[in-house]
Design a protein around this ligand. Structure first.
Ligand code: SF4
Ligand code: SF4
Length: 342
């Protein structure tokens, strides 16, 4: 499908039409921060924001998710009755998602949807029913390093359509069938609009000043990196607060618990994080990552070595920069990876 054009003053009609088929969400100002929220008024949709404060991973992997409910019916025939949670009722559309966050979902697909035997139904149901319409970055912030992480300001990976903000109009590029359904009915873009989008992308790429080296990280063995002396320095300042893991679009560890009351209960999964001292506690009481150094090392080794080794070179980071901005003691993932590389 050819690139399309949408005048910005027609955005309300455009989103209104989509709302007949989808629940539509977009970044909006919530409590003074750019955050994801349902679209009620199109003029509240943000265009000039670096990225949302927290990532949109909750749409597919909520912080707390009920997996099933159960009830002991005290009946020899039925014993325990278990009920699956219903799948997502409506189709959803995330409008103006940043390319790095969409790329993060493609990384997580490799983990949650590996094959028929290891297929996370909760994740897949939400992914199948959600359309991702990206917003190309025109003004990356100093903490962004997406271009070092197989991504970029106009990366299309994981997206169904990509929108370029050209001032009073939007260039809409459909990338999948889902994206074509969104762009249907719009007028074709002119060559000058396409050229403006390409120029914007080049300027945005040039503005990304941080670069992170991965060449030696890829060459070095797991054990060489694991035993490197640098970890004795990196871990010291970390508070193990877990902020970096909660805001990260690719962090995906969870813990499953049964919560019971009387004869009934529910099975829930909650986000876990490798910074917590309970993270890998075994039932025996033994904890292979009992020390802070082990936990901090796990976070970086998982993203930059274990995932690439297991997933054909894919990296468990998209360079969104959230952890750089929000770590209370300024542990900078870019410096850590450059140290691993050096
Ligand atoms: S945000 Fe910073 S201090 Fe908190 S766990 Fe992560 S690296 Fe450690
Ligand atoms: S590790 Fe940091 S920069 Fe990388 S994806 Fe996670 S939050 Fe973003």
């Amino acid at each position: 499908m050819a690139d399309k054009i949408l005048a910005k003053d027609k955005l309300g009609d455009f989103l209104g039409k989509l709302q007949a088929d989808y629940e539509v969400y977009a970044p909006q100002e919530v409590e003074g921060k750019p955050q994801w929220a349902p679209v009620e008024e199109s003029d509240k949709v943000l265009w000039d924001f670096s990225n949302t404060h927290t990532s949109p991973k909750d749409f597919f992997f909520p912080q707390t998710e009920i997996m099933m409910r159960f009830k002991n019916v005290q009946d020899h025939e039925n014993g325990m009755v278990m009920e699956a949670e219903p799948p997502l009722a409506n189709k959803r559309l995330l409008f103006n998602i940043r390319p790095c966050d969409a790329k993060a979902f493609q990384v997580l697909d490799l983990i949650f949807v590996q094959d028929e035997m290891t297929n996370d139904l909760f994740w897949k149901d939400k992914r199948d029913k959600t359309t991702l319409v990206g917003l190309a970055c025109s003004d990356p912030c100093p903490s962004c390093f997406c271009t070092s992480m197989n991504c970029g300001p106009a990366s299309t990976t994981g997206l169904d359509a990509l929108v370029f903000d050209l001032g009073d109009k939007l260039l809409v590029r459909a990338l999948t069938e889902k994206g074509e359904a969104v762009a249907e009915g719009l007028d074709d873009a002119a060559e000058a609009d396409q050229a403006a989008a390409e120029e914007q992308t080049k300027a945005a790429e040039a503005q990304i000043s941080s670069s992170v080296g991965m060449d030696k990280v890829n060459e070095r063995s797991v054990m060489e990196l694991y035993e490197a002396g640098m970890w004795d320095r990196v871990y010291e300042n970390c508070l193990n607060c877990g902020t970096c893991t909660y805001v990260c679009p690719t962090c995906h560890c969870f813990d499953i618990q049964d919560e019971t009351q009387g004869e009934s209960g529910r099975r829930v999964r909650n986000w876990d994080n490798c910074m917590s001292w309970l993270f890998t506690m075994h039932g025996t009481g033994h904890n292979p990552r009992g020390a802070k150094k082990d936990r901090v090392r796990q976070r970086f080794m998982h993203k930059f070595k274990y995932i690439p080794v297991k997933r054909d070179g894919e990296i468990g980071c998209v360079g969104c920069g959230r952890c750089v901005l929000l770590c209370p003691v300024n542990i900078d993932v870019r410096r850590v990876v450059n140290d691993m590389n050096a």
